[in-house]
Design a protein around this ligand. Sequence first.
Ligand SMILES: Nc1ncnc2c1ncn2[C@@H]1O[C@H](COP(=O)(O)OP(=O)(O)OP(=O)(O)O)[C@@H](O)[C@H]1O
Length: 303
Amino acid sequence: MTAIQVAGLAKSYGDFAAVKGVSFGVPQGEIFALLGRNGAGKTTTVEVLAGFQAPDEGTVRVLGLDPVRDRAEVRARTGIMLQEAGFFPDLTVAQTVDAWRDFVAAPRPRAEALELVGLEARAATKVRQLSGGERRRLDLALATLSRPDVLFLDEPTTGMDPEARQNTWEVIRGLAGQGTTVLLTTHYLEEAQRLASSMAIMDRGLIIASGGMAETLAAQTGRVAFELPASVTPEELPVPVATVEGRTAVCRVADPDLAAQTLLSWAGERGLRLRGLEVRTATLEDLFLDLAAGEKSEKKEVA
Ligand SMILES: Nc1ncnc2c1ncn2[C@@H]1O[C@H](COP(=O)(O)OP(=O)(O)OP(=O)(O)O)[C@@H](O)[C@H]1O
C-alpha cells in the first residue's frame, strides 16, 4: 500500500511559489528522505502532508486520507516532529510526556516513550535544562507516543552528538521495521543515505532528482583520489583525471575498484607509489555536488 501520495502539489505564500508541482509516493513501512537546500520547499511539503496547510494545487493523501478533509483521522494516525518544538520550559521531561499522553488515544507508557529515545535518566530534568540534542529526542518521543502509522520527521537529528544520532537512526529503523512509514527531511546526507530506501531532492520548489537510494547511487560515478607522484602529469595516467587540487588527483569513474587496480598496476610497473589512495563508491554528497555543479554551468551558459 502507498502510505503517502503526493501528486502535482503546489503551494504559494502570497506571490511566492514555495512548492511548484511536486509528486512522489512512499510505500508503507519505508523510509523516504526529502532533501534539498535551505528554502527548497521541504517543510512546506511536510506541513501540507500533516494537514497544517491546504495545497493550492494537486492532491495529497496520507493512508488514503485527505489531510485537510479527514484532519482528525490523519492526526490520530500520524506523528510529526517539526524543526521547532513548542515545549513548556518549566515542565520536566516526565511532566511533558504525561501532558502529551492526555491528548493521545492509547499512548505508549511514559517509561517506554523515554526508553525509546534514551531519556530515562533525564525524566526529572526541566525541559529548559536539556541540551539541543536531548530536546530533539524528547520531541521524537512525543511524535511516536501514539505509535503512529506515518511519521513526519523534519530534521530529526539536528544538534545531536554522533552517538545520539546513531541511536536515533536505530529508533527510526526499528519503527519502520514495525511498519511505520517515515518521511524525513535532513541536511545530513549520510543520514539520508543510511536510513532511507528512496529519496527526492528538491530545489526551489521542484524535485530535481528522485528514486530508490541504492539504484540512484549505483548510477552515480564513484571516486578514486591519490597524491600525484612528483614526476607524473595527469595526462600520463591510465584513468582520466577529473580534477587536481594541489597534488591530489581525483578520478570520477563508474567502477572505482577497477580504476584503482588499473592505477596501482600502472604505478607498480613504473616503480611509483600512489600515496593517500582513497577509493569509494558514490555517495549522496557526490550527487548533490554534481547537481550543484550542473546548475552552475547551466547558469554560465545562460549568462
Ligand atoms: N509562512 C511563510 N510565509 C512566507 N514565506 C514562507 C513561509 N514559510 C516558508 N516560506 C518560504 O518558502 C520557501 C520554502 O520554505 P520551506 O521552509 O518549505 O523550505 P525548506 O526546504 O524546509 O528549508 P530549510 O531546509 O531551511 O528548512 C522559503 O523561501 C521560505 O522563506
